[in-house]
Write a protein that binds this ligand. Structure first.
Ligand code: AP5
Length: 216
């Protein structure tokens, strides 16, 4: 029952790979980005509070995302959790360790997806997702087979995120380097860090992650 973190900047491919692991291994994806977007879409008070920060590319406060993860952990996850976009700060990483310990579980690996900033602009500005099932597409590298129709669920509402523009991406990258990249050293020191080339094609990245999961 491996529990892993997918760590990488916006557009590194965390969501794409997490969805494959859900399909192929029955793991549970815990994406704080998806949870926050759901809260926004359903118009909760918290969703309204985080909306502006998210659109501009800033990080929402630690207590909000820690509560979101705490709520989901312990519900299912018998084939392991994939933490996608969480933790993003050192206090979040400490909170995750405490939450896992309470459930008598441990973190098996932190997969750092290495990409360079130049590739991220085209990945982010070309991305769209299916509103109904969350499948992730790209204008150039992974378009839907039939224009406007999701390959997975045949839904016809394909959305682009409000923060998927060059301006927000600049802020998201700065936030990543300032607040999230220290986690690379944090997990290296704990012997958990495994790095993969996130610039490779989706299947090659998936194979590299599978190797980490199977060998530890
Ligand atoms: P979140 O939703 O987590 O966004 P992110 O980390 O910026 O990551 P993305 O979803 O943009 O990218 P991804 O790595 O999943 O890439 P994807 O697979 O889609 O967070 C959004 C916001 O919520 C944050 O800015 C913040 O405000 C808030 N938030 C969330 N978590 C938080 C936390 N813990 N603390 C505080 N605030 C938090 O791929 C991107 C594109 O590239 C797709 O089109 C895909 O088809 C394509 N692609 C993927 N892999 C490849 C490949 N190997 N080759 C070619 N193309 C590829």
């Amino acid at each position: 029952m491996p529990n892993i973190i997918l760590l990488g900047p916006p557009g590194a491919g965390k969501g794409t790979q997490a969805k494959r692991l859900v399909e192929e291994r029955g793991m549970v994806q815990l994406s704080t980005g998806d949870m926050l977007r759901e809260a926004r879409a359903s118009g909760t008070e918290m969703g309204r509070r985080v909306s502006d920060v998210m659109d501009k590319g800033g990080l929402v406060t630690d207590d909000i995302v820690i509560d979101l993860i705490a709520e989901k952990m312990g519900q299912g996850g018998s084939n392991g959790y994939i933490f996608d976009g969480f933790p993003r700060t050192l206090p979040q990483a400490d909170a995750l360790q405490t939450m896992l310990a309470k459930l008598d579980q441990r973190l098996d690996a932190v997969v750092e997806m290495q990409v360079d900033d130049a590739a991220l602009v085209s990945r982010i500005t070309g991305r769209y997702t299916c509103r109904d099932c969350g499948a992730v597409y790209h204008d150039v590298t992974h378009p839907t087979k039939e224009k406007g129709v999701c390959d997975v669920c045949q839904g016809t509402t394909l959305n682009r995120r409000a923060d998927d523009n060059e301006e927000s991406l600049k802020t998201r990258l700065m936030e990543y380097y300032k607040k999230t990249s220290p986690l690379i050293g944090y997990y290296y020191a704990k012997g958990k860090l495994r790095s993969v080339d996130g610039l490779a094609d989706v299947d090659t990245v998936a194979a590299a992650i599978a190797k980490v999961l199977d060998k530890g």
